[in-house]
Design a protein around this ligand. Sequence first.
Ligand SMILES: Nc1ncnc2c1ncn2[C@@H]1O[C@H](COP(=O)(O)OP(=O)(O)OP(=O)(O)O)[C@@H](O)[C@H]1O
Length: 839
Amino acid sequence: MAAAREEKILVLVRLRPLSDKEVVANEVADWECINENTILYRNTLREGSTFPSAYTFDRVFRGDCSTEQVYQEGAKEIALSVVNGINSSIFAYGQTSSGKTYTMDGITEYTVADIFDYINRHEERAFVLKFSAIEIYNEVIRDLLSSDNTQLRLRDDPERGTIVEKVTEESLKDLNHLKELLAICEAQRRIGETSLNERSSRSHQIIRLTIESSAREFLGKENSTTLAASVNFIDLAGSERASQALSTGTRLKEGCHINRSLLTLSTIVRKLSKGRQGHINYRDSKLTRVLQPCLGGNARTAIICTLSPSRSHVEQTRNTLLFACCAKEVTTKAQVNVVMSDKALVKHLQRELARLESELRSPVPPPSTNSDYAALLRKKDLQIEKLEKENRELTKQRDLAQSRVKDLLSMIRSDQDSGQLARINYHSNQRAGDTWEDDYSESESSCLAASNQFDARVRKFDPIHCYDRERGSHRYPLNNHEDHSIHNGVSGGRLTLRLNGDDVAGQETMSSPLNGHREANHIQEGPELSGSWSCRADVMGTISSPYMEHIASTPPNGFEKSFPGRPDSYQMKFPSLSYGPDSGMLSRNDSLSSLGSASIQTSEDEQITSIHTFVAGLKKQLANGQVQGTGLEAGESGRSIRDDGLDPMCEAPGTPVDWPLEFERLRREILKVWQACHVSLVHRTYFFLLFKGDRTDSIYMEVELRRLTFLKETFSKGNQAVEDGRTVTLASSERALSRERQTLSKLMRKRFSEEERQKLYQKWGIDLNSKQRRLQLVNQLWSNDKDINHITESATIVAKLIRFVEQGRALNEMLGLRFIPPRPLRRSFSWKNSMTSLI
Ligand SMILES: Nc1ncnc2c1ncn2[C@@H]1O[C@H](COP(=O)(O)OP(=O)(O)OP(=O)(O)O)[C@@H](O)[C@H]1O
């Protein structure tokens, strides 16, 4: 078969003139075709502006256009594809008495006449034409060429799709033969009477012409091929509602069925117009089952929507136009159907059989298999080698670290013994802007007693907490915990130094002590070192100058700097969430409030989290638990996560070399967890629009992914999280999200003009006549986490609703999210400088 060609359904609109009856009844024509593509509703004053007044299609035909014109300028090209082996279908859709039968009768005759003309002009090919006709009446299929009333059944054929069993197929001889057959069909077709149309056809009629053609030259030969295709002429029953036809009794029953078939048809067309997402329920009615290939399948399709111009039918006319609007978005994929001759098919099958038999006789694996195994083994060997190397390296680093910790311990002991430990300046306040440098005074340090507790924690340096851009100094959040530790970032061990007067003890555990909220200082390695640090100490209490000098004099290849840390693949950068004291309860910091950010306030605008709040939340998230390492060590997950020092200034050591790929991966993961945790749309939008792939974004993306993954796990275990003292569950997040959607839907009216809204509804496949369209639209936003176009469009809409762009200052703040490299450390070393650089 040749390659399929994708194209939109051709949609034609035909307006009929007012009928004599309508003229007598003084009906007014409210519709007018203003050019070849546009039909206009002229009576907008009467209707107000709730509906569009102009509709555009591939072609519109005025009331005085003949059926021949509709055929020549509209349907012909599609209908005649059949002679080239391409399936085609022409539908007529419209309310009763709008002119469907009038149009289709003519189109069928003109097509068949042209087909015979084509046949006569192509004597080199042999043609076979077969005619069949069915009607679907009350969901029963009848053969219109047979006088018995037997119900025909549908069967699914693996090759031909849905076929009508035992339908009569007449070989069509010429145009006169066609006219005879059409007359039989008309007589057979059930005719009923309604108040709207005296000869209203209450059934769907499908006339099918199948054409096969082969080159005479090759007829009967092995290489002979046949083109085979069908053209369907479909005259649908009236699309009006049963009630409008004043149906009762039998008519009502007919109306229900007719509407069921047409309802399924319009539902399918609507779904297809939005793209092929989700299940398309062709099997819901006989009509759509039979017509499946014409609706998005292997066929070229034209739909002629017939309209009555009269004012009294305006509602139905609009419904028809709505259907037409959807139909013009539907694409089909037609291809040339080539059929092999029986002989060619037999030959082909024989060859295939012989090949399979020979394969069965000698089941030797193809030579490539062995080499595949060898390649696989080589790959595995390399992996093992690499892991062994890493293991050796880690062991070496661990031993080195342990021996240095021992040295450090003995240094501390000797310092203590000689009474040189003095109390260091310790501020328990948690003001973020305070720096060690500012608060320290030497006079204070000299009188401090050695009885203070001292805990040091060593881990990689984190610049965001150590460098205050505004003040040009470094700072650290304070740690509230009594128990501070030196943390060996390599071995996973934890060494607690408890300097309590004359008692100095060291201990190692395998847990990860990352809690910390108080300001601490950083152990300075020496003036010659600059740039980022591989470790830091949380110190509770101020260390005396000699002690600091002692530490500072650690050789450059000493305690802190020499630890490269674990290889990237081993590093877990930021623990993202801290557990509350209650087992099974996850506590979250402020930044997480965006999970369900819409709080109930006075106006819609006020219910939306501002970008300032969002950015502040992000910063706080990093500044508090996330970066400093509010640990998961106390958590029930049993996971031990350490802060091994992500340093985004230095090309983000934890950031993979192929950052664009990693960014895509993180973004995909984040989109998934947002969806799973019912995260606020406003939060998603801010986040999505702010973090667009800058390498320094990795830190935020990691944290976001980590915290939400953890939240998701917590929810999946049936646990609840605590946010700002509030309990959060999956259900409460869902409810908050739903409230947020309500809020956003209210903003739709403020932020989008009527026209913009209408366009959006059409784009998002929302019925313009349906209720709660704004909410319907908002409900669709951010609903598909896999389709990046959908995400981008959703973010664009939400951004407009929350005035993302207008929050100009927020963009400046956004810049504040970026990590700026610290100023180089001053080369002249002093105690004070060393303290500054530690923070
Ligand atoms: N374009 C037209 N020009 C002139 N007369 C027309 C036109 N279209 C339809 N008519 C006339 O309008 C009447 C109704 O047309 P027709 O039977 O084709 O409607 P229909 O849509 O098939 O109705 P139903 O759904 O009830 O079968 C017929 O008398 C037909 O001759």
